[in-house]
Design a protein around this ligand. Structure first.
Ligand code: ATP
Length: 245
């Protein structure tokens, strides 16, 4: 059994009167790609922020490599891509990448930047200012920044929004390469084809992880043929349960 690199136990998170996470137990083993799916507003980004120590839960505990977050040293081992881009608009793509590479004290940053720019197909645009980038180009630059360096964990909040299918495939190949090197990847997505590519998929509904297994097992459990159908069936069952309460 692989070690769990991220462990959440009994997480409850409220924003004012709204309880977003009711009782989240979630463990992420080393060297796997884990997809976190759920309807919009289910609390996926909130889970990510709690893992990173950016939000504090009302109840429960979270550890990363058996330590509580935030932890500066651990943050250096994690590549994070948020839903909104944190880019320096007045700098070029290259300068943005170099800035973050310097922050990570990355050796061989030139080779890293060249490789990662190629993965997200930005090589030709690296000398342009980010203010002139399209939305999709900004997402790709954010993804490149998250992937810079030898991160042990990558946490990607909807990394392929605005990315065309061919490039999406290339990015997933890179994620799978990283997984094959033993890296751990947590990704949220609304693209069910991508969820299908994950080693395991966790389904967040009604403030809880209601199912967590590899895609084939989930399809068997829900007696359907795709993760999209798993999602729809689980949501339908949940809504029916709620209206019977
Ligand atoms: N800082 C905050 N203050 C108040 N409410 C918040 C805050 N952060 C999140 N929420 C609320 O918590 C709920 C879950 O938000 P979250 O962004 O985690 O959902 P999500 O599953 O990532 O959604 P999406 O798929 O649309 O990105 C939403 O109703 C959101 O409005």
């Amino acid at each position: 059994m692989a070690n769990n690199v991220i462990l959440m136990r009994g997480i409850v998170k409220k924003f004012g009167q709204q309880t977003v996470l009711r009782q989240v137990d979630f463990q992420i083993p080393e060297g796997r790609i884990i997809g976190l799916i759920g309807p919009s507003g289910a609390g996926k980004s909130t889970i990510i922020k709690i893992i990173l120590g950016m939000e504090v839960p009302d109840k429960g505990s979270t550890t990363v490599f058996e330590q509580t977050m935030p932890n500066r040293k651990l943050l250096g081992r994690i590549g994070y891509m948020a839903q909104s881009d944190a880019l320096y608009e007045q700098l070029t793509g290259q300068e943005n990448l170099q800035f973050y590479a310097d922050m990570k004290a990355l050796r061989n940053s030139k080779q890293f930047i060249e490789h990662i720019a190629e993965v997200v197909d930005l090589t030709k645009d690296l000398d342009k200012r980010v203010s002139g980038y399209s939305g999709g180009m900004k997402r790709r630059l954010s993804l490149a920044i998250a992937m810079l360096g030898n991160n042990d964990i990558l946490i990607l909040d909807e990394p392929t929004v605005g990315v065309d299918p061919a490039l999406r495939r290339k990015i997933w190949q890179e994620l799978q390469n990283l997984r094959n090197q033993g890296k751990t990847i947590l990704v949220t997505t609304h693209v069910m084809d991508e969820a299908q590519l994950c080693d395991d998929v966790a389904l967040l509904l009604d403030g809880k992880i209601i199912a967590y297994d590899d895609p084939l097992s989930l399809e068997k459990i829900y007696q359907v043929n795709s993760i999209e159908e798993v999602f729809l069936k689980a949501e339908g069952l949940n809504n029916a349960n709620n209206s019977n309460r």
